[in-house]
Unconditional design. Structure first.
Length: 351
């Protein structure tokens, strides 16, 4: 389909240089405002029509200021294909650095290098006459708040290519997530007289032991569900019987969540209350002939962007170094991602 509004003629984007610039702006979750403004200004300078949509802050992060979703396209144009990923990163911020082969720092692969590669690919496809959009959202690393807001304002696209670090392989499926908070209550007492109290910590530990022993579903072509107890807190001091304790639990889903929810509630019965705070379902994704594939063991914004077209998942970098102090991406891989995005776009939009 021919685009009725070609972008202004500008020099081709260097995705490596753009990744450097993006990573120089801190944008840990809830602090995406400056990075969103940078992206909007950059895209306007390149001739894109840009929309900035506010994303609500939770009350505890109100002091962090405004944050945004950024959409870029041509005014009045319905894109056939939208490239999308997230602006936010996990903490802590790590300044960008590099050597001859790699870029290092927070966001170089998750997901600012992907932003740069997607913009470069989108401009190449638009120059060839395709109707392309760009959607960059806030909040993916916590609760997909930006994606949920964007899903209320779709642009009518037929396809969505979401970017996450997949080693430039097309994902055939993405695991879901079920997040739960376990809260145990007890009665405070002097630890020399435990019979006078009731330890919330002991109750919580027993419940969590049951959780770790649960048999979790396995999907033959995807792999197993997994569980992680990511945070535990409670009590007051070693010599005080704890009157409260809490744990954050995350299950990676490969099936419907209903049996997992039931199993977690049973594990906690008589010991703790369970509050389910987030669910993102397991999804299967579109394949494209001739491209290498993988299974994404992590969760993405894709389930929250259901109104943006048939989803695909692809991006440069390894998820195994994302969220670590050693995050990096090969410069060669960023350049290859641009070519892959263009290649897939042409295949999807071929007459």
């Amino acid at each position: 389909m021919t685009s009725p509004a070609a972008p202004a003629r500008t020099a081709p984007i260097d995705p490596i240089a753009l990744t450097r610039r993006l990573c120089a702006v801190e944008s840990t979750t809830y602090h995406e405002g400056a990075a969103g403004k940078f992206l909007a200004g950059f895209l306007k300078e390149r001739g894109w029509g840009v929309e900035m949509t506010p994303v609500e802050q939770p009350p505890e992060s109100a002091a962090a200021g405004e944050r945004w979703n950024v959409y870029a396209g041509a005014p009045g144009e319905t894109p056939d294909l939208v490239f999308s990923t997230h602006i936010d990163t996990v903490p802590p911020y790590i300044p960008v650095s590099e050597d001859e082969e790699f870029l290092y720092g927070r966001g170089v692969c998750d997901a600012k290098g992907i932003i740069a590669a997607q913009i470069a690919a989108a401009e190449s496809l638009r120059a060839q006459g395709f109707c392309i959009g760009l959607l960059f959202v806030s909040g993916e690393e916590r609760d997909s708040a930006g994606a949920k807001a964007a899903n209320l304002r779709p642009k009518g696209s037929r396809f969505l290519i979401n970017g996450e670090p997949t080693d430039n392989k097309l994902a055939l499926a993405s695991k879901g997530s079920l997040r739960a908070v376990f809260r145990a209550q007890g009665r405070m007492a002097h630890s020399a007289y435990p019979e006078l109290g009731e330890s919330a910590v002991h109750k919580l530990v027993e419940a969590l032991n049951r959780v770790l022993a649960l048999p979790l579903p396995v999907l033959e072509d995807v792999g197993p569900s997994t569980v992680n107890i990511g945070q535990i807190q409670g009590g007051h001091a070693p010599n005080v019987i704890a009157d409260h304790a809490e744990a954050q639990v995350l299950v990676r889903l490969v099936t419907d969540s209903a049996p997992i929810r039931a199993a977690l509630l049973e594990a906690a019965e008589g010991l703790a209350e369970v509050d389910f705070t987030l669910e993102i379902p397991f999804v299967r994704l579109k394949a494209v002939d001739g491209l290498p594939t993988m299974i994404a063991k992590f969760t993405t914004d894709i389930p929250q962007l259901s109104n943006w077209g048939q989803p695909l998942l692809l991006g440069p970098g390894s998820i195994q170094v994302a969220h670590t102090p050693h995050e990096k991406v090969a410069k060669k891989e960023l350049l290859e991602a641009v070519e892959l995005y263009v290649q897939i776009g042409k295949k999807l939009l071929a007459p």
